[in-house]
Write a new protein. Structure first.
Length: 277
């Protein structure tokens, strides 16, 4: 059985989760440790597979959202599923655009309680064939963009505190052939998270990352269509399947909610055991 098909995480704000056909109470709205209703959250890369799933789920649980992405068509599709959310086309590597997004969040909500950074690039190519432009672009988006986004929102959290959540990768820990640019960017991101967490902890700003195994999203679908790629990826995941965007949502909620208040500087691997191999 594919576990991804055996459970369902609600995105409509309900407090029920279906697990292997049985309805059970979720950790959701009635538990203050996981309450995110009315929290103001900015989501970068909101038009992507993971960003979109996060946006829909948080919206369904009552969070107030600022969404941004560089891809307007995908962003508008997610915006349509999240009535009341504010959406802006913006590039995570552009400081002026990030300032505008942050200012919009403050204008709309008076504060920013948390952010989720799901923006990123995923280049895979033999290292001997890689060009410098691709390497630099990957570092620029996955690392420099993460820093600039963190910096922009942290400036608004100096008095109130806040939660910063980045999407890293198991590639910050394991070594996959042909992942030189991507793995370097994610390993550096994991260390950036530690440094920012140490620096901003006195202001009650937590900074964490989630490290998923390979996720089925539009970002990876081209690679997954290549002969043998999917099989090779699944072979090194002990749970025997790829990650789904919804696999990460519960951990994202934890890190944004009261239950994650004392977690900082961590990369939490949600990977089906990939980092054990």
């Amino acid at each position: 059985m594919d576990d991804a098909e055996s459970r369902e995480f609600p995105t409509d704000g309900s407090s029920q989760i279906s697990f292997m056909g049985t309805r059970i109470n979720s950790m959701a709205e009635d538990d203050p440790l996981f309450e995110i209703r009315d929290r103001a959250v900015v989501i970068a890369g909101a038009g992507g597979g993971l960003g979109g799933e996060t946006a829909r789920t948080l919206h369904g649980r009552g969070a107030r959202l600022i969404l941004f992405d560089i891809d307007e068509a995908r962003l508008r599709a997610v915006e349509a599923d999240c009535p009341g959310a504010v959406a802006r086309v913006a590039d995570i590597t552009d400081e002026a655009q990030l300032r505008a997004v942050t200012a919009k969040g403050m204008e709309e909500f008076g504060r920013i309680d948390g952010v989720v950074n799901a923006a990123g690039l995923f280049p895979i190519e033999p290292s001997l064939d890689a060009d410098a432009a691709t390497f630099r672009k990957c570092i620029d988006v996955n690392l420099t963009g993460a820093f600039l986004f963190s910096q922009s929102v942290a400036r608004t959290m100096q008095d109130s505190g806040g939660r910063i959540v980045h999407i890293a990768s198991v590639s910050s820990f394991v070594a996959n052939a042909e992942y030189a640019a991507y793995a370097s960017s994610k390993a550096a991101l994991a260390q950036l998270v530690r440094v920012l967490a140490r620096e901003w902890a006195p202001k009650n700003i937590t900074v964490n990352a989630i490290g998923p195994a390979l996720i089925k999203t539009p970002l990876t679908e081209g690679y997954l269509a290549e002969p043998g790629f999917r099989e090779q990826a699944v072979a090194v995941i002990p749970m025997g399947r790829l990650a789904e965007p919804r696999d990460l949502v519960a951990t994202i909620i934890l890190l944004l909610a009261e239950g994650g208040a004392f977690i900082t500087g961590q990369t939490i691997y949600v990977d089906g055991g990939r980092t054990l191999v």
